[in-house]
Design a protein around this ligand. Structure first.
Ligand code: SF4
Ligand code: SF4
Length: 168
C-alpha cells in the first residue's frame, strides 16, 4: 500500500484513539474492575478467600475476641472475578472501576462475630454463616448445628457405643 493510500484510509476512518485521561474511556460490559464487598450481606463463609489465587482475600479467625475478619487487599488483586462467582449471597460486585492508582496499602475488612458451642463454650463458627446454612436444612439435619465439630464427634462416638451395646 502506498503512503498516499495510508493517508486516504486514515482520513476515511477518522480518529480512533481517546485523549485519556482527559477524556473518559467507557469499558465494555463484562469488564472486570474493582471488586466491591457488601459488609451487610457477607456471611463470612470464606468461599471467596478459598478461590482467590493471588491471596488478595485473607481470613483472620480471632478466637480470643470472637470474630472472623475478611480482608481484601487491592494491591494483590488480579481482577479475575472468581470471588464474585462463588459468593453464595452475592456480597461481591465486580465493578467497571479501573482507575485505582494509590500509594498506600489498601485493605478493606469485614468483621463478623463468632458464636460459641452450646456444649463446650468454645467459639467455632460465625453466626451469619450458621444462620444461612440453617435456613437451608430440614429439622433432622438441624440437629447438632449449635455444637462444635469436636463436641459433635464426641457425641456421635457416644451414640455409636450405646447403640453397639458394648457397654450395658
Ligand atoms: S477478583 Fe480475583 S484476585 Fe481479586 S479478590 Fe477476587 S478472586 Fe481475588
Ligand atoms: S464468599 Fe461472600 S459471603 Fe463468603 S466470605 Fe466472601 S464475601 Fe463473604
Amino acid at each position: 500500500m502506498s503512503r498516499l493510500s495510508w493517508i486516504k484510509t486514515a482520513l476515511e476512518v477518522g480518529v480512533v484513539t481517546k485523549k485519556y485521561p482527559f477524556e473518559r474511556v467507557e469499558v465494555p460490559d463484562g469488564f472486570r474492575g474493582l471488586p466491591i464487598f457488601d459488609s451487610g450481606k457477607c456471611i463470612g463463609c470464606t468461599a471467596c478467600a478459598n478461590v482467590c489465587t493471588p491471596d488478595a482475600i485473607k481470613v483472620v479467625n480471632d478466637f480470643t475476641n470472637g470474630f472472623r475478619r475478611i480482608e481484601y487487599r487491592l494491591g494483590k488483586c488480579i481482577f479475575c472475578g472468581r470471588c464474585a462467582d462463588v459468593c453464595p449471597v452475592s456480597a461481591i460486585t465486580i465493578t467497571k472501576e479501573f482507575e485505582l492508582a494509590y500509594t498506600g496499602d489498601v485493605i478493606n475488612a469485614i468483621e463478623i462475630k463468632f458464636i460459641k458451642c452450646v456444649q463446650c463454650g468454645q467459639y467455632y463458627t460465625v453466626s451469619r454463616h450458621l444462620k444461612h446454612v440453617s435456613s437451608k436444612l430440614n429439622d433432622e439435619a438441624l440437629e447438632g448445628v449449635d455444637i462444635c465439630p469436636d463436641c459433635r464427634r464426641r457425641s456421635n462416638i457416644n451414640s455409636l457405643i450405646h447403640a453397639s451395646g458394648v457397654f450395658r
